[in-house]
Structure formats: C-alpha cells, structure tokens
Design a protein around this ligand. Sequence first.
Ligand SMILES: Nc1nc2c(ncn2[C@@H]2O[C@H](COP(=O)(O)OP(=O)(O)OP(=O)(O)O)[C@@H](O)[C@H]2O)c(=O)[nH]1
Ligand SMILES: [Mg+2]
Length: 1275
Amino acid sequence: MRGSVGLVLSSLLAGAAQAQAGNGVVQWSIQKRQPPVDVRRLGKRASTYEEVVTNEQTKGGYFATCRLGTPAQDLTLQLDTGSSDIWVPDSSAKICRATTSGGGCTLGAFDPSDSSTFNVTLPNEFDISYVDGSSSKGDYFTDVFEIGGATLQNMTMGLGSTTDIPYGLVGVGYAVNEAIVGNTGNISTAYANLPLHMMREGLINTNAYSLWLNDLDANEGSILFGGIDTEKYKGDLSKIQIYQTQRGIYSSFRVAMTSLQAVSPSGSDTLTSNDFPIPVVLDSGTTLSYLPQDLAQQVWKEVGAVYSPQFGLAVIPCYMATSKGSFSFGFAGPDGPRISVSMDELVLDLTNGSPPVFKSGEYKGEDACEFGIQNFTQAPYLLGDTFLRSSYVVYDLVNNEIGIAPTEFNSTKSNIVAFASAGAQIPSATVVPNQSQATDIPSVTSPAFAASKGFTDSASKDGVTNAAPGIPAAFGAGTAWMMIDGNGYGLCFSSFYFMRVIRAVAALNSSRAAASRHGVRYMSLGCRVALDTASPRWTASQLGTRGRYFSATSMSRAMSAADAALKQAKEQAAANMTPEAAAARMSPEEAKRLSQVRNIGIAAHIDSGKTTVTERILFYTGRVKAIHEVRGRDGVGAKMDSMELERERGITIQSAATFTDWRKKENGVDETYHINLIDTPGHIDFTIEVERAMRVLDGAVMVLCAVSGVQSQTITVDRQMKRYNVPRVSFINKMDRMGANPFKAVEQINNKLKIAAAAIQIPIGSEKEFEGVVDLVEMRAIRNDGQKGINLKISKEIPAELKELAEQKRQELIEKLADAAIRRATIALKFTPVVMGSAIADKSIQPMLDAVCDYLPNPSDVPNMALDLSRGEQPVALMPYNSLPFVGLAFKLEENPYGQLTYMRVYQGSLKKGQYLFNSRSSKKIRIPRIVRMHSNEMEDVAEIGAGEICAVFGVDCASGDTFTDGHLPYGLSSMFVPDAVMSLSISPKRSSDADAFSKAMNRFMREDPTFRLHVDEESEETIISGMGELHLEIYVERLRREYKVDCETGQPRVAYRETVQTRADFDFLLKRQSGGPGDYARVMGWVEPNPNHKEDNHFETQVVGGTIPDKYLAACGKGFQEACEKGPLLGHKVIGTSMIVTDGATHVTDSSDYAFNLASQMAFRKAFDEAGGQVLEPLMKTTITAPVEFQGSILMLMNKRGTIVDTEVGADDFTMVADCSLNAMFGFSSHLRAATQGKGDFSMEFSHYAPAAPHLQKELVAKYQKELEAKRTK
Ligand SMILES: Nc1nc2c(ncn2[C@@H]2O[C@H](COP(=O)(O)OP(=O)(O)OP(=O)(O)O)[C@@H](O)[C@H]2O)c(=O)[nH]1
Ligand SMILES: [Mg+2]
C-alpha cells in the first residue's frame, strides 16, 4: 500500500540506494522520504479543518532507486508489502507533464518509447486504486528491471498512463493481491511479481524476503530478498504462521497478536481486549499502528495520550519520546515471540515545523506529538512502521510464515544467510510451539495500570528533540484535505484489500459520489480514510456482490478473530495453492519431470493431414518402426486410424491417444520430452472428440494445408481451442503440393482467426522441390536426409537465394514478437508460432516436434481449476504435483475387448494401481485395478501415473466427464461442451434375434459418445437415434453391422425439430373420469407462455394460494408439464422455451391423485399450446463454404435457396461464405456443391440456433405427423 500521498515536497534524502546481489540474495537499501507534492490534492481543503491539517505531520514511505528499460532509466519507487504490482508513472502521463511548481514526476517517470525492450503484454489491464481514491491505470508491460544490482528480464509491470500519483510503487506482497487478480476475480490471471520472478530467474532461491527498518532517527532500512541478515536482529527468529484471508488464499501478512504488555520503571500491566487473538496485518506501507478500541484506550491511559477529536488522533506531549516505558507485543500464543517497542518509536511529529501546542488541560503549553498507536473499530488491525521498526520481519510467502525478532538498531554489521532452496524454511528460525493455543487468552479484566506512573515519571521534559528530524520547516502549511469530525476515526490505512473494500462499497453504491454520501470518504492525508458515525457496516454479503477476495475483510470481522482463521487454515491445508506456493513447493525432481511433459492434441480441418503427421511423429520418435499411410493403401494403415472403417474411408472417426518420447538436443545435451498426444478427427460430425481432447490437453498443434490455408473447420477447431484456452503451434502441412503458399496461410491465421501468428521458419524450395526449412530463430537451415527423412542435416549456411527472405521474415517475426517472448506469448494465447513441412514427403516434422517442446506449455504452465463443491463451486487451482491429493477427469470412455476403458487426465496427485478413488458425482468409491497408457488401440500396463499426465484405467464404471478424487477433496471439474444433436433417424434390427446385441451396442455407443442419443418413441414404438449429422449416424449403423453383426433397417434421416409457443394462453382444465372403481379427478387453472429469457429451457411455476391444490399434487403437475414437453403436441418433438404457470384448481376427496394431476397438466398444456400459437422450430446451421473465387456466383445461387448469408470474405484466390441455413435444406448439399464447384468447394456445418420453420413446412410437417398418429390409432 501506498503510504502518504502527499503533502510536502521535501529535499530528497541524500545518497543513492545501496544495493547488492548475488549468492541467492538481492538486497535493496531503502530510505524514508517525503513524496513530492501532488498539486491536485492541495487544491481543495475544507477550511474548518485547515489548521488541523497544516499541523499534521507528513509521513513518508520507504523509497529506493530502480532502473528500468534498455537503456536503463532511473526511477525512485516506494516499497510496499501491502500491494503486489510494480508500477511506474508513464512520462507522458498528465501528472508527469505538469510543469507548475511541485508538479511533474520528480522521482522519475518511465518513457517506454526510449526502451528497446519494452513490450506491452496486456493492454489497458493495469488498474489499481488506493484507499484515498487515487489510482493508476494503463497497460501491463514487460521490460528489464534492475533492483539492488540484480537484473530481471521481462518483468511484468503496470504503466501508469492515467494516474494521479507522481511516483511508482514496488508491491512485494502475494501475487494473488495483484490488481489484475482483483479486477478479473480470477486467480489464474496472477503473474510472477517481483519476488516470484526473482525466484524463477534463479536470483533468489525462494519467495521470501526480510525487512529491516532502522529506528525513527535513521530513516532508512533495507529489504533483503531471498535471505536473512542475522546481524540485524537480536536473539533468535521465531516462526509464526500467516493466516489466510479467505479459505485457501493468503493475500496479506496477517498474523495473530495474542498479548500486549505495558512495561515501565513503576511496574508492568497485561492489557486486555475482547478481540484477542487479534488479526493484525504487518504492513510496511502504513505509518502508524492500529489496535482495537478497548486495547488502544488502555495503551493511551498508560502513557497519558489523549484522543483529540479535533485531530482525530491520539496525541501525546512530545517529551514523552524520552519515556523509559515500552510496550511488548506478543504473537501466536503463550510461547510466541514478543517484540518490545519503546516510547521513542511511538512519539511522532505532527508537523514539519514547530509543533502545535496543547491549549488547555494537563499538558497546557506542551508541544503536541502524534502517538504511534491508534484505535480502529474493525479487523484486521494494522501494525505499521511504528511497530515494524522494532521488529525484524522475514516474510516467507511460500510456507506462509513470518519470522520475527527484535531489531538490532543501527547495526553496521552484516551476515547474510540465503534460503537454501525453493520452499526452504526460514534459516535459523525456531517454530513457535502451540500456536493453536493462540486462542487461549486471558479473561478480560481491566489492568491495574501499575506501569502508568513510570511512563510519565521517566520522561524528561528537557532537551526534547522532535522524533523525526531533518524535515524542512518551510512546508508547515502544505497538507491535504483533512477530515474527521468529533466522532470520526482517523487512520492511515493501507492494506490492499482494504482499498478494495472501499472500491467495493463505492461500486455498491454505484458511484464514488454516492459512496461518500454513505459515509465513505476519500481522504488524502497519507492514505487516510474517515468513516463517520453514520457509516454503514460493511457486511460480508454486501461485499460478496463485488468479489470474493475482498469480502474477506468483512468476513473476518464476522468471525471476529484469528481463531476462526486458525480453523480455516487447518481445514484448507490442501487448498493452499497460491502461485507462490505452487512454484516453490515443487521439488526440483517434480519441476524437472513436468518441464519435460507435453500433453498435446492435433486438431484441424478434415483431411489436412493430422493422422499422417502423427504417423511421422511416432516414427521419428521411435514409437513405430515403419510409416504406414492413411486409408491403408499398403494394407496396414496409419497407426492412429485403427478402426477398420477409418482405414477404409481414410478419415479419422475416433480420436486416438498415444505417448512417445522425443529426444531433443538442447545446448548440446539430449533432453527427453515425454509427449502424450491425441489425434482428433476433422469431420464436424465427430466434433465431440475434438471438444474433449481440448478440454484435457495443455497445448495443440493446429495443422493447416499449405494450399487451402484456413478452412471451415479450422475455424471450428480455433473456436474449440479458444473455448478451453489451449495454446497452439501452427503447422502448415502439404508444402509439397502445387500452389503451396505458407505465407498466405499465416496471413489467414492472423486475419481470419484473429490470433497473432508469424512464421518461425521459411521453406527451402517448394512443391516437388521442397527440401526443408530455415529456422528463423536460430538462423540455420534444416533438411531431412536418409531413408524416410530420419536424419536431419542442420547447417548454419542459409541458401544464398534465401538469405534476403530469411532476414525479411525474421524481421516480421521480431516485429510481432521478440524471440524470447514466443513461448510466453504462445502460452498466454496471444500468439501462435507457425512452422511448416510436408508429412507425406517426410519433411520437417522433427523441427515441429522441437517447436512443441519449445513453445507449448508443460502441465504446470497452464492454470487448471476445479470447482469446490462444498463452497458454492468456487474455483480452486489444481497443481500437477504427485504429492498432492488426487484429482482427475474421466474424459472419454471406450469399450474394448478387455473391458471398459476410461481415459483420464490426472490434474493433481499421482495414481497407483490398486488405489481407491471417489467419483464426485456419484460419491462411489472404486478401486483402480489396472492402469494403462494407450498407444492407439494397443496399450501398455503401468503401475503408476504421475500428476499432469494422461492414462486410461480399467474397470471403472462412470460417465464421461466425471471427476475423481482421493475422497478428501470436495472438488468437481467443469465438463466439456456437448453440442446438441440435430439429426435423427429411426432404426431397428432386421432380425429380432439381434435385439440383445443391438441394445448392448447402443448402450455402449451412448456411453462413449455424448453427442449420440437414443430414445424410443412410445407411440410409434420406434427406436430413434440422433446425432450430429448424416455421417455420424451412418457410422454407427455401420459399426453395428461390423462390430456386432447386427443389420439394421433405418428410416430417412430426420431433422430434430423443436416446438414452442408464441403468446400467452390461459387454461382451465378439468379431468373427471369415472370407470367403475375409483375415478380420476383433477382441475388445473393457469396459463402457458413463452419463457423469454431462456429460449432453450422450460419453466414451471405455481402461484396457488389457499391450498386449492395441495403441494404434492402441484409436484405432480410439474412432472406432467415436463413429460408433455418431451413430446410436443405438434410433431412429437421436444418443447423448448415455454413456461407453464398453475394458479388455481380443485381436488376431489377420493378421486384425486398424483396420477390425475399429472395427466390433467399434460392435457391442459396440450390444449393451451395450440391457443398459445404453438409453432415448429428448426435447427439453423452455421454453414461455412470455401471455394475458389470463380465459383462465387454459382454458390450464391445455391445458398440463396437454403439460408441467409451472414458473411462473405473474398480473398485473392478463395472466398469464404458463412450462412445460416435450415438443416432441412442441406440434405444432399455436398453433391450440389461438388457439382457447382467442380469438386473444388468444401463446406462445414454446425448447429447455430433454433428458428421458426417456414409456415408451409410447418403445415406440411404437422399434417404428416397427425396422419401418422391417425393411422396408428386406427390400426
Ligand atoms: N500432398 C500431401 N498430401 C498429404 C500430406 N499429408 C497428408 N496428405 C494426404 O491428405 C489426406 C488426408 O490425410 P490424413 O492424415 O488422413 O488427414 P487427417 O487430417 O487426419 O484427416 P481426418 O482425420 O479425417 O480429418 C491423405 O490422403 C494423405 O495422404 C502432405 O504433406 N502432402
Ligand atoms: Mg485423421
């Protein structure tokens, strides 16, 4: 947090910051200084407070010098443990351009245009607001950052382009506290902030640092990253735990303060509070310390401080700085550390010039100073500089611990001890035992104030010097607007989440103006905020509307103390997954293992060569001994197309998984990458296979045809990759084909897919002469050699005729992205590096594999979130560590001759053979008898599978999309998107003896493929299967025949229509049947109407008053409505977007029943449906057609009849047309298209939405259906 904003332009304290880096630590000297004045803040002052304000002492923050950019620019920034971003003022920001006296950014501003390494990463995403209402906004960027002699490349920082603060900050708190996380509400947006980045860059071993602030007179200190300095504290460091601000989330340095003692020559007192154990935040950005009201008042009584309503502060005679009394702060329970703070640290100047004087009372005529301990009314309380100067504090952000010991003031010696490794414990610190007893606190009785006399008596009134020296007197009047009415509480508040609370309240009240009307004032004295007595209580629920992280403040209030936090911490041990913890907890072996794992999918437009490419991958990695082509021309067929049907048709139908090892030379050393790979089908009817692969994979290779570039299904898979945030490498295949033009494809990726792309290779030769590629990153030529191109010839000699092109394309690449940034941008989904080759000609597949290893993420590089089912599905991060509890997703089921096979992506924890898992959905406990790795249709048994990997398990009864855990984590994983079935057909086995086999097959298909559905139409008694398209259904019919030997009779493919209503229609329906025994009686009244906001869903509601229909019958009515919706009145297709409201009715003593009400509702619904304008909806398909431009005219003609053209894009050679077409009109379209384009056009279709069918079609369909019904009735 930002300390004071300011007031005074002081002479900057002399001396450049001293720095040192090396041996796993980075040290940064900091100095206290007054920030330069902010002109705006001086502009407006409430005159009544002016005097108070002018007398108020200005507080500085701790500042030091950093260097930024290339060449380096010097900037002085404020250190802040309460926030987490580095940000710097942009030299073009208005405030920095101000030339009036005191204006401008005198501590330095950053000019991005002068830095050659400046790179914007997230435009406009940086947005931080502070509690005083000041803010800073602009881009997030990366650049070189130097601190304490250490240089960090690509440090992420905010650029304050719109800011009212004339200097920047270095926030060193938890990464979850970054502004971006607060703004997105998503932990996964956190980036490596300064300490984390230092750790990742190996400058320090772990994410931890120590803060030494010398005493008040010295105004200086140092922050030591990655180590401790044993000469800067007395005795031993005690280790205490940090408490979560919210379950599983550590965002501020909150510890449990468990005692406070007053000690003076006359005696000592144990002070008491209702709030013990008190949650306090150790915040270097706050000047004073703030304790609960009851405790603060006892402290004041001990020292004779008086609360001045006029000042809004507790004040004390300045001579009390010489008192020999002190306060001892105890932490973490009876055995915890105690820090003694002496009076000279607690008496601060109120002014820069001559101090104000007490005008009346016992101190009349004495100089007045500010007292360092103030009161506040709600948790968390703060221990700022007045406390921190007396305590050496080590912040361990990995183990979430604080090391604390009394400060060795004025120490000139130094003995730096670095943390040994990532996640290492604080060196030479002793853990405090019995921390759980922090809750056992003394009962509240008022202290005897035995120390009080000694505090005053030991103070000398003579020779008092002001506590804070060296501040020029000239600025007595330079202050900000002040506040504080008689009842107000003044406080310098700073912790980041508190700012958020203010923002949240402001947001709640819709504007800042409104917020201030409600008693939240934005004040500018330091980071002060005043709450007047009319201030509303901020409740957890109110704040909850804004964001979950920041409601923590008020929640902790509700829980009232640290003991609640203690319990939480225990409960959530496993959920403690901050990015810091994530990065550091990993053992080096685990980090190494994960860094060489890639889970990738190959996805693309149909026939672009995915399976052919995969075959080469398997060959070059040594997984298969010989290359076989798709379509099985040599009688074998590609490994991944193992199904007979696939080999016959030359298309992939089911995705297939495999795994293989790729040995890649890195700096002369062979590194082995373990690749799990899924080859997906390109045809849109099997799109679910791509969907679920993308759901579970970390990266993808998007294959494109060098001639056709971006095609219709390229757009579909692009959408799928974006849906699941899958980073990709683009591979332009078929470079051997005539007309191959990789650069056109690159341009199309940029333009059509709207993802930045640049080739990182250029081809050597083309078409038949295609030989290999020039690698633009390394600037070397790579050619294939030997049988099947098994050897690579790598040469630094770029063919002379290509030199110029290589330079030009390299330039283009660098313009898009500096090469070091390729990986980062790719993983961040902002870029796709493009490589090229020809699978069929065995060229340049190996460099593509290298690109997969170089640029695609390993399992720990991408955020994977689960939903905590016990906490309203709050997202929680999963970490691919073997040591954590297991979480996995069953993403695909398959039956094979050995039994039921379940593909599983292991997100967290490892899985061992024989282990028990729980199914989160069904709560069933199951044993895993066998684990295999799939290699297409073969498998290999393994005893164990590591976190982050993909495997298949046997003998697990579950559904696709089920989450498995070890039984202790209440987690679920979001499932994948399952598209709606749009086509159906009736089917029945020709021989009745096949019925068993038929139903067995159907059950299996449905279990395996969520887009394949089956139902039996009760009236026609027909079995209807439905799916994604003609081919989809055809394949299943064919598989029945081949795999189950069941020949089937099928009807015509039919469109899956829907039915809905257009207006409201009332009903009053009486069912009254008498048939000998008990009859049926039910009367229902109400109406039917469209469900406007949910066009796809139905809604049932009861508004019955006075119990005319008892509840249980109402439930039956709801069921009846649901049943009626399954089979619409018009065509027998599903009803959607319809509401039924029941308002009244009647029952009969003996004849009413659930059955009667169910039936009555169905009948009432059918009757009202007609009156409500029941209509037929048909699926509209988003159809994308691509063809050479010369066929544009004929395709227009084709499409005119079939749908509405949404978009046409005409390129140099090809054009693409997107139209919404009625599915009904698309039967047989492929042959029409073929005829119209001489076979050169291609198209794909996917479901878009439902729309009313043309009236004549509706009529026709309804008539036909009624006729069928009639026929059945008369049969
Ligand atoms: N000229 C040429 N043809 C290729 C190349 N790679 C693949 N093919 C051919 O393209 C056709 C389709 O190849 P597949 O590997 O089945 O394509 P796919 O992307 O797996 O197809 P689906 O899985 O059905 O979407 C086959 O006839 C291959 O021989 C290549 O680099 N150059
Ligand atoms: Mg294929």
